[in-house]
Each structure stands twice: as structure tokens, then as C-alpha cells.
Ligand binder design. Structure first.
Ligand code: DX5
Ligand code: ZN
Length: 215
């Protein structure tokens, strides 16, 4: 059974409070919060102000995914805003090891996100230090895209590396997760499923979260 992390990017921003309550009352485990800067990815979403507001109502782990350049500049700000998990992109960090230590020093769980073109081998020297790998299964920037099938091979490779290195890192799959493909993603070794469009476009989002939880 995987953890389910609905992505707030697909929520109704005019009625954000209703959607936060819906996730609180559902079987979801985490809130997945996508921060985009219009530079690392071709889209702009929301920042610490929104996350701070969400943190006042949310009763579950706030899993913040930074799709921004120079994330090291904002680590302390996101801690103050209420982030529990903070993931930075490997492609956006010149000194990844240092950023991981900064995240931990702020009392958060440290995550590293990797794009679809980034190989698992690049995680080898940090995997024992981190709590989470956010593996992108679409090119980051937008919700509602199609799952890239090669991700399944990458999950299996990463799982082997995690075991071999004695790491406790969770594998989170982000992008294009549906009710139809959830089982094979979990079978490949995923621990956490992010779901935006699948949850928020469902006629009954609470029921969809419960269905994903049973996959
Ligand atoms: C994409 C984001 C995802 C997105 C997933 O850049 O990182 O978290 O919200 O949305 P779906 O589940 O609709 O692909
Ligand atoms: Zn994300």
C-alpha cells in the first residue's frame, strides 16, 4: 500500500479551503505542493505565502516540491512556511550535498527530485543522506500529462540502489499517475504516489483517493 499525495496544483484555487478540507477528511497521506518559478520550468505556480496559508488548515504532511533555480536561497523560507518535506531538483543544484544538509538543518525531510532524462546513477552518492526521491514521470511544469513508461525501469533500478546502500529513502512518483497505472507503479517499487488530475477531476475525489490507496 502506497502513500497517496494529492497535488494541490490541480485544486480549485478559488475554493482552496474546501479542497484542503477534502484532503484532510480523505485517506490521503500527504499534501503535495508544487512550487514553479517560470525559469526552471515553463510555468509559475505559487510560493511560500500560499503554503503558509495551507499549513494553517492542513492536518497532514506538507510535501513541497521545488521546481525552481537556486533553491538553496529559499530553504529557510519554506521551513518557516510550514514545509515538512522539501524536495529540490538535482538539475537545479550545483552543490546538492550542501542543499540537502541545509534542508535537514531546518528540521525538514530532504528530498531530491529528478527529471525523466536524469539517470538514477546520479543519486548514488547522496542516496544514503536523503529521505525521499521525487522521481518525475512527466517533464515537470504542468499537471495532467501522460506517464512516461521508462519510469518503471528507473523505479526498479532505484529500489535496488536504495537496498544496496542501506538507504531509508522513499520513492515518490510524480506525474501522470492514474487509477489504471497505479498498481504497476507500486509493483515496480514506488512508496508514494502523487496524483493531481486523477484526484481533482474525479467525480468523487475522496473515493478516488480511497481507490488509489487500495491499489
Ligand atoms: C508537475 C508536478 C506534479 C503535478 C502532477 O510538474 O510536479 O506534481 O501536479 O499532476 P498530475 O498528477 O495531474 O500529472
Ligand atoms: Zn510535483
Amino acid at each position: 500500500m502506497a502513500l497517496i499525495a494529492p497535488s494541490v496544483l490541480s485544486a480549485n484555487f478559488l475554493k482552496l479551503s474546501d479542497d484542503i478540507q477534502m484532503i484532510n477528511q480523505s485517506e490521503a497521506d500527504w499534501f503535495h505542493l508544487d512550487v514553479m518559478d517560470g525559469r526552471f520550468v515553463p510555468n509559475i505556480s505559487f510560493g511560500m505565502g500560499i503554503i503558509q496559508a495551507i499549513s494553517k488548515e492542513a492536518k497532514k504532511t506538507l510535501d513541497v516540491h521545488l521546481m525552481i533555480l537556486e533553491p538553496e536561497k529559499y530553504v529557510a523560507d519554506f521551513a518557516r512556511a510550514g514545509a515538512h518535506n522539501l524536495s529540490v531538483h538535482i538539475e537545479a543544484c550545483t552543490h546538492l550535498h550542501r542543499v540537502i544538509q541545509m534542508i535537514k538543518a531546518e528540521g525538514m525531510k530532504a528530498g531530491v527530485a529528478i527529471n525523466p532524462h536524469t539517470s538514477i546513477q546520479q543519486l548514488e552518492d547522496v542516496i544514503a543522506d536523503i529521505d525521499l526521491v521525487c522521481m518525475m514521470s512527466v517533464n515537470p511544469g504542468f499537471g495532467g500529462q501522460k506517464f512516461i513508461p521508462n519510469t518503471l525501469n528507473k523505479i526498479q533500478q532505484l529500489k535496488q540502489m536504495i537496498v544496496a546502500k542501506g538507504s531509508h529513502a522513499l520513492i515518490e512518483i510524480d506525474g501522470g499517475v492514474t487509477y489504471e497505472n497505479a498498481s504497476e507503479i507500486i509493483t515496480a517499487g514506488a512508496d508514494v504516489l502523487v496524483a493531481g488530475n486523477t484526484v481533482f477531476s474525479a467525480p468523487d475525489p475522496v473515493a478516488m483517493i480511497a481507490a488509489l490507496k487500495k491499489c
